[in-house]
Design a protein around this ligand. Structure first.
Ligand SMILES: Cc1cc2nc3c(=O)[nH]c(=O)nc-3n(C[C@H](O)[C@H](O)[C@H](O)COP(=O)(O)OP(=O)(O)OC[C@H]3O[C@@H](n4cnc5c(N)ncnc54)[C@H](O)[C@@H]3O)c2cc1C
Ligand code: FES
Ligand code: FES
Length: 467
């Protein structure tokens, strides 16, 4: 039984935990405002709000209901567009009308939910952030300029939002219906509904890979739900390492203050990964075990010398991330084992780190090729170098030979040029829908050079690195 608050009402579902929240909302609860577009997390027509208690606060996030197993709604507040309706249009709905932000209307509930999610965020609103809040929503007929103008006008209305009591302020200004004021108290009443024992069933994180790949089988099977397990969440520093729980989402990582102090560009890098709703759902554990050769989080962490802490019935084992992958979608995880966390040594300053990704469009697209690089120098010599690249082999590739070649070499254009030769021997891209093998080899080389230009700004020109 899964119990949660859907809009104003507390609801319980007997559905299997892997059935989608979207189907429950539309077909069991007869709330057709949440639309079905792609059922693959791409279009945002099915976007809903997920509110959960964190400490003494409620945190709201946007998620796509087509890829949310209903079990992941347990103990939360789920809000559909119907749950935002009041006697009059809310300022978000009104802005969409005033700026001509809707035509056929199929995408509109998703945009309204995402923009309302923006109003709920603790950060001070800016026009850029308001526009960015719809990065997971696609509109095929209105055109984005009118929606952007609506987003900017909403941002202007949020200037006086009370940071001490945002929900009270939003209710007062009729962005949210009155019932939102009582949700905190009601969620505390549901808080006991915690995830139970791990039972050796199929593991489900955010569902953003599994529910795309095998939705029908998932709906029928029993699941171990990892997404809300407190023991698998959290990002912390311990014994000289940074530990990231396997159920930490891409957005948990992107907004972690601990990680940001070592990787100041982490927000820029993670903006290249999927969209806000998908980053709110997809976990690092899922990204690694899905074993895609172009998995962005895997590539990001591989250059950092990361290890996996793998839990099994009797004790733990630890494995370097690069040794986890054996062949295409084949990896070192035995029945009954699961990833508990990923850890890497706290980087000793000075060091440089960079992540690059090329895809056909900026948001909501997987990489053609991606790459990360961690580098340290001493007196003009490369003392440590570690690199990874995706889309150039059947597995996320640790560039062992290229990095070994660079270690001990002077940091100059000649060393970097020579290393590109080793790189091209070390990779083995294949042609597919993301590009020909020649194109991917070229991309891998360009990203490799981009690392040096980003990490050592002004030191090299592209001309001297390529001539
Ligand atoms: C629209 C869209 C865009 C996307 N864009 C990107 C992108 O830009 N870059 C990118 O890298 N990925 C992208 N993805 C893929 C996906 O979001 C990520 O791979 C995500 O991190 C998967 O995590 P999850 O928790 O949702 O995995 P799930 O689907 O829940 O699980 C995936 C696999 O991991 C297993 N698993 C999960 N957690 C554990 C654990 N702790 N231990 C053992 N096994 C475990 C599951 O059993 C399953 O086999 C995208 C997906 C969608 C739908
Ligand atoms: S239906 Fe397209 S994202 Fe869910
Ligand atoms: S209004 Fe038709 S798809 Fe956006």
């Amino acid at each position: 039984m899964t119990t949660f608050i859907l809009n104003e009402k507390t609801v319980s579902s007997q559905a299997r935990e892997g059935e989608t929240l979207l189907d429950f909302i539309r077909y069991e609860k007869d709330l057709p405002g949440t639309k079905i577009g792609c059922r693959e997390g791409d279009c945002g027509a099915c976007t809903v709000l997920e509110g959960r208690l964190e400490g003494d606060k409620i945190i709201y996030r946007s998620i796509v209901s087509c890829l949310t197993p209903i079990g992941n709604a347990r103990g939360k507040h789920i809000v559909t567009v119907e749950g935002l309706n009041m006697e009059k249009l809310s300022p978000v709905q009104q802005a969409m009308v005033d700026h001509g932000g809707t035509q056929c209307g199929i995408c509109t509930p998703g945009f309204v939910v995402s923009l309302t999610n923006h109003t709920l965020q603790p950060e001070i609103s800016t026009p850029e952030a308001a526009i960015d809040s719809v990065n997971g929503n696609i509109c095929r007929c209105t055109g984005y300029k009118s929606i952007e103008r609506a987003a900017i006008s909403i941002s202007n209305l949020l200037k006086d939002k009370n940071p001490e009591n945002p929900i009270g302020w939003l209710v007062d200004k009729q962005f949210l219906p009155e019932y939102f004021s009582g949700i905190h108290q009601r969620l505390r009443g549901l808080k006991d509904e915690q995830a139970g024992q791990i039972q050796g069933k199929m593991i489900m994180g955010g569902g953003t890979d599994l529910l795309v790949q095998q939705p029908d089988q998932i709906a029928e099977t029993g699941l171990d739900l990892f997404f809300d397990r407190d023991d698998l969440k959290g990002i912390a520093e311990k014994d000289g390492q940074v530990l990231v729980g396997a159920a930490a989402t891409a957005n948990d990582i992107m907004h972690s203050h601990i990680l940001e102090q070592y990787f100041p560009d982490i927000k820029k890098h993670f903006r290249l990964i999927s969209s806000d709703p998908i980053r709110n759902m997809g976990t690092i554990g899922g990204n690694i075990v899905n074993a895609s050769p172009i998995a962005d989080l895997t590539i990001f962490f591989m250059a950092l010398g990361s290890v996996l802490h793998i839990r099994r019935e009797k004790g733990n084992r630890t494995l370097p991330l690069e040794e986890f992958f054996h062949d295409y979608k084949k990896y070192d995880l035995k029945p009954g084992e699961y990833i508990e966390s990923i850890a890497f040594p706290i980087p000793q300053k000075p060091f440089g780190f960079n992540f690059e990704k090329v895809s056909k469009r900026t948001h909501l697209d997987i990489a053609s090729v991606n790459s990360s690089c961690f580098i340290q120098t001493e007196n003009g010599t490369i003392s440590h170098c570690s690199m990874a690249a995706g889309g150039v082999a059947p597995v996320p590739l640790f560039l062992k030979k290229t990095a070994a070649f660079l270690k001990g070499k002077p940091l100059n254009a000649g060393s970097i040029r020579e290393a590109t030769g080793i790189l091209s021997e070390e990779i083995s891209p294949i042609s597919d829908v993301r590009g020909s093998k020649e194109y991917k080899a070229l991309l891998a080389r360009q990203l490799f050079l981009a690392h040096f230009m980003e990490i050592f700004p002004g030191m090299f020109s592209i001309k001297e690195l390529t001539s």
